[in-house]
Design a protein around this ligand. Structure first.
Ligand code: AMP
Length: 588
């Protein structure tokens, strides 16, 4: 097929906002294609390969500008100025080369195949001299292009297809082109487990639309992740789940789909991009601790402080993204733990139709837990109170809430679906407490890894003046410099005790105890209900205390204050209430 036909269809799509019209245009185009159907669909999407193969097109706009300059005779900086003004290199190229084209006699028609193959060469070209090679290929294409072709060539090649034909529009178009509208569900189900539209279009054309029903999940090809609905309260969740459900920690990190094929491991994001190269540490762990030959697993990768055994705020993980050059350093600085919560395939056997409870058992049997690979925490609950306790435990551990999962026999893994088989319940929280607090060290935990020999974390308390008691509010392991960590044992030695100070009330057993003396300024994300800490126990809620979520040392030692000036319980309660008021106001 001529590339012109595709470019003209893209132009028409650009000029309509009606989805049905788009579907008609694309399905017409697909019916016209033949052996180049895959290439046609790739170009419609502005791609040369599925996202999960990680072949990026997007050449720098600079090369496009250079090509236009050499073909039009205009200076590069003039084109740049134009680009700042108009923001669309495609349109600029179309206008510039319009006059030129009419004068040129020595051009040949561009075909979809030729364009696709040239773009593929561009995307694979790397290393020395690659910029010149890319420019040459682009020049060759532009030289032969009609004005409207120039527009789309430049947009595709710079990764800026502005119309962006949505995947679901192409799904509908395949159904209409090779079957009928009522085949949309069939195409969509195939797409959910093989998100490669060119391949699906080809199979529908070659084998008939019904042949798509024989597609199975395949290690190496990501499937669309199952999603969760939401409900505003645990009570409603319990009702919806018929009085009993599995409750899991909802980890706050990066959704990660694991594919293990023998010794080869690939990781995909929720958007099905290949993220393997960012997590070589996780890949290594999977090789060691996933004890089956082939597997497709679902989980969440969470930034983690290995010394204190604490989850870190999700934002930390973004420091790992796109860091090719500093990856080694990033792996050391920002370790990641993968919490697995599902298994969609084990040893080539699909578990997609196996009920959740069985999948969980199979997942647990297939994995040996390690420092960096763990199974998501989960429990079966049948009353609101236990669910609420688990929810608070999850928040305190650094999670953003819980996931409720149906344990009904119909609770299968539904790729791409957002239904009530999974229900999320989370509380939006502030990223920063408004104020700092001054807390006193009452205990410490031995460090591991880099912190071995010293302290991994400190146990911190607030003070109750009326009762002369110190009650725990958090473990503190973040915010210290190496030097401060090294100094801690020396600073705390004078206060060390053989057992807990009688004024200290703690349900946590520390490795070391101290006379409350050393005070530190601490900031956190928010104050949460806590099933473990004794600060304000039973005050806000029966059986619960209050804790600081994501606490970190601000760097300020409060040697200027006396220990009875430690932030007191009353202040913590006030902070908790004012923060709740703010959260409620945010919801309103
Ligand atoms: P949301 O992004 O708020 O719609 O919540 C859904 C996301 O929660 C999923 O895409 C996962 O990345 C994440 N998640 C964390 N823990 C779990 C879990 N135990 N089960 C399922 N999803 C989880």
């Amino acid at each position: 097929m001529r590339f012109l036909e595709l470019a003209e269809t893209l132009d028409k799509i650009e000029n309509t906002t009606k989805r049905l019209e788009m579907v008609d245009l694309i399905s017409d185009l697909l019916r016209h294609t033949d052996e180049d159907i895959k290439e046609t669909v790739y170009l419609l999407q502005g791609k040369v390969a599925p996202d999960y193969e990680g072949l990026e097109l997007g050449i720098a706009e600079k090369i496009g500008i250079r090509a236009l300059s050499s073909l039009s005779g205009l200076r590069e900086n003039e084109i740049e100025t134009e680009l700042v003004r108009k923001g669309d290199l495609g349109k600029i190229g179309e206008e510039l080369l319009h006059a030129k084209k009419q004068a040129s006699l020595f051009s040949e028609d561009l075909t979809v195949r030729k364009v696709y193959e040239s773009l593929l060469k561009i995307s694979k070209s790397a290393g020395e001299g690659s910029q010149t090679r890319k420019l040459q290929i682009l020049l060759d294409l532009l030289h032969n292009a009609e004005p409207v072709e120039v527009r789309y060539l430049l947009r595709i090649v710079t990764g800026k297809m502005r119309i962006g034909v949505a995947d679901m529009t192409i799904v509908d178009s395949i159904a209409v082109a090779f079957g009928a509208k009522d085949k949309t569900d069939l195409v969509e189900s195939a797409y959910n487990i093989m998100p490669d539209l060119p391949e699906l279009a080809y199979r529908a054309m070659a084998g008939g639309i019904d042949s798509l029903s024989s597609i199975r999940i395949t290690p190496g090809i990501p499937i669309r992740s199952m999603l969760a609905e939401r409900l505003p309260s645990l009570k409603e969740i319990l009702e919806r789940m018929d009085g009993r459900f599995a409750i899991e920690y909802k980890y706050d990190g990066l959704r990660t789909q694991v594919h293990k094929i023998g010794n080869k491991v690939e990781l995909f994001s929720r958007r099905m991009e290949n993220i393997t190269s960012q997590f070589p540490d996780i890949v290594e762990e999977i090789r060691k601790f996933v004890k089956v030959e082939n597997a497709i697993l679902d989980g969440e990768a969470v930034p983690f402080n290995m010394e204190t055994n604490e989850m870190l705020p999700f934002q930390e993980i973004s420091k790992r993204r796109g860091r090719k050059y500093y990856l080694k350093e990033a792996i050391e600085r920002i370790p990641v733990v993968l919490f697995l919560f599902d298994a969609m395939m084990l040893n080539n056997k699909s578990l997609m139709d196996t009920p959740y409870a069985n999948r969980r058992v199979k997942l647990t049997n297939a994995i040996e837990e390690s420092d960096k690979i763990k199974i998501a925490k989960s429990r079966i609950v049948s009353d609101v109170e236990s669910a609420d306790k688990f929810f608070n435990e999850a928040l305190e551990a650094g999670c953003e809430g819980i996931m409720a999962k149906s344990i009904d026999d119909k609770s299968i893994y539904k790729p791409g679906a957002r239904e009530f088989l999974w229900i999320k319940y989370k509380r939006e929280y502030q990223l920063e407490m408004e104020d700092t607090v001054d807390l006193v060290v009452i205990g410490a935990f031995g460090g591991q890894g880099k912190r071995s020999g010293g302290y991994g974390a400190l146990l911190m308390a607030v003070y109750s003046r009326e009762e002369d008691k110190f009650r725990t509010i958090c473990k503190l392991g973040s915010g210290f410099s190496e030097e401060q960590l090294d100094n801690l044992p020396r600073m705390l030695k004078p206060y060390q005790l053989k057992k807990r100070d009688p004024r200290v009330e703690s349900s946590i057993d520390a490795d070391f105890w101290f006379t409350p003396s050393l005070m530190l300024e601490v900031k956190g994300a928010e104050i949460t209900l806590s099933p473990t800490h004794t600060c304000c126990l039973n005050v806000v809620k029966k059986g619960a205390g209050l804790a600081i979520r994501f606490p970190r040392f601000t760097g300020r030692w409060r040697g200027d204050k006396k220990v009875d000036e430690t932030t007191n319980e009353q202040e913590i309660i006030e902070m908790y209430h004012s923060q709740r008021k703010k959260i409620l106001a945010d919801y309103a």
